[in-house]
Design a protein around this ligand. Structure first.
Ligand SMILES: *[C@@H]1O[C@H](CO)[C@@H](O)[C@H](O)[C@H]1NC(C)=O
Ligand SMILES: *[C@@H]1O[C@H](CO)[C@@H](O)[C@H](O)[C@H]1NC(C)=O
Ligand SMILES: *[C@@H]1O[C@H](CO)[C@@H](O)[C@H](O)[C@H]1NC(C)=O
Length: 306
């Protein structure tokens, strides 16, 4: 009985050493593990960072894995490799595409080199994307003629914006508008001449039920009456010019036709006596032809004008 027990203990010790040494030679826990894991999340872009492991020689790589709420509750041994960092050679990993739900995520990183790996380092507190820092959106306020136009930065499909704008005057009423997407110019209002309009906006993320602070208001001013007045004046002057030009051109054309078709000539007395009705008709015919030519030839008309 005593002998049997000793044998059992020996066997156990043998296996223990076998696995310990074996596992070390397989590379588990040979490399130092990354430290200081943290997630920096701004505007729903999530970045996992860690302190780099400096090793002499070749390049060090890292592998990142994550676990959503379901896995951590029901299948805690299942870890999913991060889509963009399995492996990576940098000391950060963009995990935005891996975080697809508003639940706590466990994250872990290990160092790898050739067939060697370190132990896993796990993020101390699970990351929930509802903790992302929401910045007031950047925006550009412009005027297009009398149109107040706003363009917000494109933060992706998860973002909407609440836009508030008002005419800058005492006791002005604020107007609100929800803009579904950034990156495209939006017409807010047709402005009155001589007035200033101001705009501010905040970013909303429905999936986490949170919003950023409002951006600083940006204002644009429409030119006073002077510009529209000048425009109206020049249009009016143009109209007058056209009005004056039409009768003038009619009169000028009439003169032209009269001088070319019916030249005032003093005929010698002999001709006056001998002129018959026959000749008169032929002359009239020629006159008509001449008129037709004059009317058709625009070049001649122009020459007559100048
Ligand atoms: C972890 O961060 C702390 C402070 O930020 C720093 O002092 C420490 O050196 C870091 N650890 C490693 C392994 O880089
Ligand atoms: C990672 O590898 C790429 C090329 O594969 C290289 O350009 C880059 O500098 C490396 N980054 C680091 C931190 O070593
Ligand atoms: C994020 O959601 C959790 C519950 O899922 C809640 O306890 C926590 O207060 C929320 N954090 C923020 C910043 O909204």
């Amino acid at each position: 009985f005593q002998k049997k027990k000793t044998w059992k203990t020996g066997f156990f010790i043998f296996f223990f050493f076998f696995f310990e040494v074996g596992s070390h030679s397989n590379g588990v826990a040979v490399l130092p593990a990354p430290q200081n894991l943290s997630v920096h999340s701004t505007n729903m872009k999530h970045l996992l960072t860690w302190s780099p492991v400096i090793l002499p020689g070749e390049m060090t790589f890292y592998s990142v894995e994550y676990q959503g709420e379901y896995e951590s509750l029901y299948t805690s041994h299942v870890w999913i490799p991060s889509s963009s960092c399995s492996p990576t050679n940098g000391s950060e990993c963009d995990i935005t595409d891996d975080i697809t739900a508003t639940v706590p995520y466990n994250l872990r990183v290990r160092t790898t080199r050739d067939s060697q790996t370190s132990a896993w380092s796990t993020l101390e507190h699970p990351f929930n994307r509802n903790s992302t820092v929401l910045m007031p959106p950047r925006m550009e306020v412009t005027k297009d003629g009398f149109h107040l136009v706003l363009e917000l930065e494109d933060l992706g499909p998860q973002f909407e914006f609440l836009v508030v704008y008002w005419r800058r005057e005492p006791g002005a009423k604020e107007h609100a508008k929800v803009v579904r997407r950034g990156g495209i110019p939006v017409h807010l209002e047709t402005m009155d001449a001589g007035a200033a309009y101001c705009v501010k906006a905040q970013a909303l993320v429905k999936t986490i039920g949170r919003h950023s602070a409002f951006s600083q208001a940006k204002c644009v001013e429409v030119q006073g009456e002077s510009l529209p007045l000048a425009l109206a004046l020049s249009a009016f002057v143009g109209f007058l010019l056209v009005l004056a030009a039409v009768p003038l051109s009619i009169w000028k054309t009439g003169q032209l036709l009269r001088y070319s078709c019916c030249p005032v000539t003093v005929l010698p007395d002999t001709l006056k006596i001998t002129s018959s009705s026959q000749k008169l008709i032929s002359c009239r015919r020629e006159e008509v032809d001449a008129c037709a030519v004059v009317v058709l030839s625009s070049e001649q008309l122009l020459e007559a004008w100048t």
